[in-house]
Design a protein around this ligand. Structure first.
Ligand code: PLP
Length: 283
């Protein structure tokens, strides 16, 4: 398996990050995860745009242009012969003696790897998954894709121990988002409800594409907060993420959503998303 670290492609066992890296010491960095289908990066431009914003918000200079990032991602996908899965990369503030203040002479550390996995034909994505709800214990700048994921590690582990696959985090009675996904419900009238963007959630790239697709498909969108009770009573529920696309949620806290099977709106959106991600049909 080949990874990319600070300018070089090398076998993963040879890729070493220095002990004093601020990513390791402080979680001082940001990351991105981009889906790959048929060997193509899905929505890459939007991910790179979000990366630029995350870096700017924590004042780390972007080490590469969009074209350079894209070339590195594509090269790594090619070197790993990956056709389906995702590309992960992170940028930390670099290596310096441990001190909270920004170092003046550090260069950002850039690490990138690929992970092969089935997205289009994943059984869970066809059958639907279970989620539990947990308190959202994260900081107040969730719009930054920070590598500090301790709250999500604990939330998702709690979900696993409860026999569920994802945790929906809740603040003041309202669902914020999943541990590593955006949360949606579908009302009995057939409209999609999703929390509006703010500092309370990560601006999901899959969320953004899905909303655009839904608009074009004539589905009614309600960008507003929704409560856990509203989710229990919804006609359908689903989540989105770059590494899973659109996944039906069929149980919330052990209660079946409607009849406990993936609903028609979710199935249609998953299909539409898969078509978009697969790229233009070959002539
Ligand atoms: N929300 C959180 C907290 C996430 O970590 C992620 C993805 O990792 C998402 C939402 C989904 O975002 P995207 O669709 O860009 O993968």
């Amino acid at each position: 398996r080949i990874v990319f670290l600070n300018g070089s492609f090398l076998p993963i066992d040879e890729a070493k990050v220095p002990f004093m890296d601020r990513g390791f010491m402080f979680g001082d960095g940001v990351y991105e995860g981009i889906g790959v289908l048929n060997g193509r990066l899905v929505d890459n431009e939007a991910h790179l745009e979000r990366l630029e914003r995350s870096l700017k918000e924590i004042q780390i200079p972007n080490p590469y242009s969009r074209a350079e990032w894209t070339r590195l991602e594509e090269e790594l996908v090619r070197r790993n012969n990956m056709t389906e899965g995702f590309v992960y990369f992170q940028v930390t503030r670099g290596v310096a003696e441990r001190d909270f203040f920004f170092p003046t002479d550090a260069r950002p550390t850039v690490a990138m790897f690929t992970q092969a996995k089935s997205i289009a034909n994943a059984p869970a994505a066809e059958a639907g998954i279970s989620v539990i709800t947990v308190p959202d214990m994260r900081w107040e700048r969730r719009d930054i894709k920070s590598i500090n994921l301790l709250a999500q590690v604990l939330a998702k582990q709690a979900a696993k121990e409860a026999g569920a696959q994802e945790a929906w985090m809740v603040q003041d009675g309202y669902v914020t988002e999943g541990g590593s996904s955006s949360a949606f419900i579908v009302t009995k009238a057939g409209s999609i409800v999703v929390r509006p963007l703010s500092n309370a959630i990560l601006p999901g790239i899959t969320r953004k594409s899905l909303l655009q697709m839904s608009r074009e498909d004539g589905i009614v969108l309600e960008e507003r907060l929704f409560t856990v009770n509203e989710a229990y009573d919804a006609a359908e529920a689903f989540l989105t993420s770059a590494s899973n696309f659109v996944v039906p949620v069929v149980r919330i806290d052990g209660r079946p959503v409607a009849d406990g099977k993936p609903g028609p709106v979710t199935k249609r959106l998953r299909q539409l998303y898969l078509q978009m991600a697969a790229g233009p049909a070959l002539a």
